[in-house]
Design a protein around this ligand. Structure first.
Ligand code: HEC
Length: 179
């Protein structure tokens, strides 16, 4: 008790060495803490490290995977435009990941020349950065309609594939039977 009293108002710092340590802790540490915070905040929008193609990495991240959906098996088939907007636009509206853009005639022309069947095959099986079915879970006829919609927007003249079997969809009766 009397010791503390003798030291007057010295507090916990009792030697120059302790003072030095305290000064360093009090001034240098916050600087590093701030640097750390700045790095943390600015790191948010950077592409994942090691991503050679950030656009592709983003496209992969925003692509829908694994979700549960309860649906009516007898629902009317989506039109090509609906399929495009729901699924394909993620890449094909902007050309993300090197996808041929909607309405970009020059990019589509050589692809259209390979024929409707080949394009549908690519869309169903996947090609390059495009996952099978464009990453979605539309049925094959709907995917084919999406293909026809995109190809037609770029100058092709593929008819919208009709619904299979005797479904009363409003498909054009004159649709050609493919190749
Ligand atoms: C994750 C992005 C992505 C999505 C989603 C996507 N595509 Fe693609 N698609 C691509 C890319 C990339 C290519 C170019 C592939 C290549 O040539 O290497 C491509 C190419 C194509 C081609 C041309 C294939 C060929 O043989 O030249 C068709 C047709 C196509 N997509 C249809 C679709 C349809 C239909 C959908 C929607 C159901 C869809 N895509 C969704 C990325 C995507």
């Amino acid at each position: 008790m009397s010791d503390i009293h003798d030291a007057g108002h010295a507090g916990p710092i009792k030697s120059p060495k302790q003072l030095l340590t305290t000064v360093i802790l009090a001034f240098v540490l916050p600087v590093f803490a701030i640097i750390g915070l700045v790095l943390y905040v600015t790191a948010g929008n950077k592409p994942a490290s090691g991503a050679a193609n950030p656009e592709l990495a983003v496209a992969h991240r925003i692509q829908k995977v694994g979700f549960v959906e309860v649906r009516d098996a007898n629902r009317p088939l989506r039109s090509g435009e609906e399929v495009f907007k729901g699924q394909c636009a993620a890449c094909h509206a902007t050309g993300a990941a090197g996808a041929p853009k909607l309405g970009d005639t020059a990019t589509w022309a050589p692809r259209i020349q390979t024929g409707f069947e080949a394009l549908v095959h690519s869309a169903l099986q996947g090609k390059g950065a495009m996952a099978p079915q464009g990453g979605g879970d539309f049925n094959d006829t709907e995917i084919a309609r999406g293909v026809a919609y995109m190809a037609d927007a770029a100058g092709a003249n593929f008819p919208e594939p009709p619904a299979p079997a005797a479904e009363g969809a409003s498909a054009p009766a004159s649709a050609a039977s493919g190749s």
